[in-house]
Design a binder for this molecule. Structure first.
Ligand SMILES: C[S@@+](CC[C@H](N)C(=O)[O-])C[C@H]1O[C@@H](n2cnc3c(N)ncnc32)[C@H](O)[C@@H]1O
Length: 272
């Protein structure tokens, strides 16, 4: 068992929010393929706010898709500086004979406003703290919360993410697909085809709901749906719970960290 120590809990908007051993860099958690992951994660670490334990879990999921031949693209909605996209690329190259499209959706600017009616107290407190905006001024508008990512190096940049994944990590421009814009404007119109892994990291209710509404049907049976903020923000949890309640089968939500859950698409669910 690795060394355990409590870390101060920080806001999700400020960075990784896990407060326990899941936040210790380089800790071994016993996943298959973990030695490879521990070599890959330092190459993306500065470009992701996702916790170490969640990166290990994602690596194991991609390894599974590659070794078992699960078809489909890898998709992340909420990319920031592209560390997760980079890890997807590295894991594919480690275990897969063929490249597959990696679709990365983001505004590549500060995140939009939460909706005070659904996104919950934690979202409002963090926005007040990190963007200096009063909760009374928020209404869920598609406008960047100026300065909210200043404490962690500012927002992501589409060209820099493209260069990082396609060139620096060597994934190639043919398979690195960057979709810049609000999800509301990009997700409904981009053609992706089957999806093996759908990773949602857009924090708020409306963003999570939109991505599930438009992309879930394309996830292949046996594919993974990962929701980064299920345990973090009330609105994200509500969007997932409402969406799954409408599905014919109710999957078990697997715990990764205090923030992250994932489920495996049931074989009986629809495929677009
Ligand atoms: C928590 S960060 C993503 C963290 C990232 N997955 C990582 O590895 O560090 C959320 C990102 O989603 C973007 N985002 C949130 N809602 C969005 C929306 N509706 N449309 C486009 N981008 C959005 C934000 O601008 C931000 O870059």
């Amino acid at each position: 068992m690795g060394v355990r120590r409590e870390l101060r809990k920080v806001g999700k908007l400020f960075g990784r929010s896990e407060s326990t051993a899941t936040a210790i860099p380089n800790e071994r958690l016993g996943y298959d393929g973990e030695a490879d992951a521990l070599l890959a994660i330092p190459r993306v670490r500065s470009r992701t706010m996702v916790a170490h334990a969640s990166l290990l879990s994602l690596w194991a999921q991609i390894r599974h898709c590659e070794l078992k031949g699960l078809p489909g693209a890898y998709v992340e909605c909420g990319v920031w500086k592209g560390g997760v996209g980079g890890l997807m690329a590295l894991a594919n190259m480690a275990y897969g004979a063929d490249r597959r499209p990696i679709h990365l959706f983001d505004i590549f600017d500060d995140i939009c406003e939460p909706d005070p009616a659904v996104d919950g107290e934690r979202a409002l407190t963090e926005v007040e703290q990190f963007a200096g905006r009063s909760r009374a001024s928020l209404s869920g508008k598609m406008q960047p919360l100026s300065g909210v990512y200043d404490h962690i190096g500012g927002p992501g940049d589409a060209e820099a993410v493209q260069k990082f994944v396609a060139e620096e990590l060597g994934y190639g421009t043919d398979f690195t697909r960057i979709h810049k814009g609000w999800f509301e404007d990009t997700v409904p119109i981009v053609t992706i085809g089957p999806i093996a892994i759908l990773r949602l990291d857009g924090d708020w209710y409306a963003s999570t709901k939109l991505c599930l509404d438009h992309l879930y049907d394309a996830v292949v049976p046996g594919g993974f749906v990962i929701v980064d903020d299920y345990g973090t923000y009330e609105g994200c949890r509500k969007a997932v719970d409402e969406f799954l309640a409408m599905q014919p089968e109710q999957p078990f939500l697997n715990y990764v960290t205090a923030d992250v859950r994932y489920w495996i698409k049931p074989a009986g669910a629809s495929l677009a």
